[in-house]
Design a protein around this ligand. Sequence first.
Ligand code: PLP
Length: 485
Amino acid sequence: MIDKKQARMPFVEALEAYAKEHFIPFHTPGHKIGQEAPALLKKWMGPALPYDLGLMYALDDLHEPEGALLEAEQLAAHLYRADKTLFSINGTTGAIQAMLLGTLHEGDEVIIPREAHRSISSSLVLSVARPIYAMGRYDSTYGIPLGTTPEEIEDLLEANPRVKAIVLVHPNYYGIGVDVKGIVAIAHARGIPVLVDEAHGPHLGFSSKLPQSALASGADAVSQSTHKLVGSLTQTSMLHLQGKLLPQRRIVEAYQLLQSTSPNYIFLASLDMARYQLAMEGEALLARTIELADTLRQELKKIPGIRVPDKDDFDVCYSFDRTKVIIDFAELGLQAQKAEALLRKEKIEVELMQGSHVLVLITIGDTKESIEALVQAVSHVAAKFSVSRGQKELAVELPKPLVKKTPRDVFEGDYRVVSLSKAQGLIAAETISYYPPGIPFICRGEEITRDVIDYIHQRQALGYQPNGASDSTLETIRVWKRRDV
Ligand SMILES: Cc1ncc(COP(=O)(O)O)c(C=O)c1O
């Protein structure tokens, strides 16, 4: 049932009312409500330009909201059942940085997923915290990360009793969710907050067929990319807070440090609109999206040589967002780059390519036609190759990380380049992974152990190419050194 309170867009209404006043602008931006905008910008964005305002006291201030913007954030908090919601015009990157910087203090230990997005590692540079890695699991057929478990988190907490927070990614890029509720129970029993990177989950609460959202599972702070999977403009996200475990005031201060003082009001309005759209028709939109994703899965599976894994096809999978569709070309002997190039010729642009699969996102923006076009494109590509079965399983044992310097130490330091054969015992100044499993085998600040070097040799022998290495042959590697002063 639609909540009547949600049937408003307070910030959009305020912006429209302001534009109707036709004030003569003696304030930023310089194009003055579009009057002297570059011709092409006018052509692209004409009717939107009068709303291109930033920091108008008459319209509320993102940093100290008291009026329409506060109301818009409160409606979002109400919809997502959070205690407080902050709009971010610096994406989920800004939201994650605020939740970590606001929670952690210099020297604090924090559990983070080994495959964490760079916004989490950059948060550790900002907060001067020390990572303890949850290595998680990965799938041995598709080579994708399957996330951590309550058992792994419990073991890490036993071994590291000074941990101050736990960061989870839920669901990951591939739609694989972790047992947030189980982990929250373990963490809260010790008074430790759980902070969730839910960049890929702003739609979760709108269908029971999707993994349970982190907020519904009791997480203390959740960062969501509204722009990634629902209706707001690119760069706009939400940070939700709940409960009493977190220093809310400090998180708000960290958030203020990390957001522009001139937030684009169209961006903010798009968050208000996206929240309204979800409140009014989120369930119907998600029901249609899931139906389209299911149809896509069924149709793709009929194409010889194409594999489309469902939840039960992974080694272990706690929960799965079926709107993330992996299209695997391994049985056709096709590498992802090649498959992607062929799909582009068919005018299909995918989200991600890795190993022998591409990932496509089915969202509220898809239609029967877009699904049909994708099925047709994949059949055209597949028809060019013959099917050969008998895929080998991937067996990868990642080296155990030995953290010697924090991400901040490495940021403060310098680096030199050494031959890999002379790198044992030195500290890495780069983060490198092989795909599969796409999980770093060495991160900045960690000792380059014998196991790390052996791992590189093993992967090289199998012909894998590293990601993130400054020297793609890995004959040399960057190692940390103290900055000369
Ligand atoms: C898992 C994950 N977390 C965080 C982010 C950062 O989100 P944003 O692009 O909204 O800053 C991304 C972006 O791709 C992501 O994939």
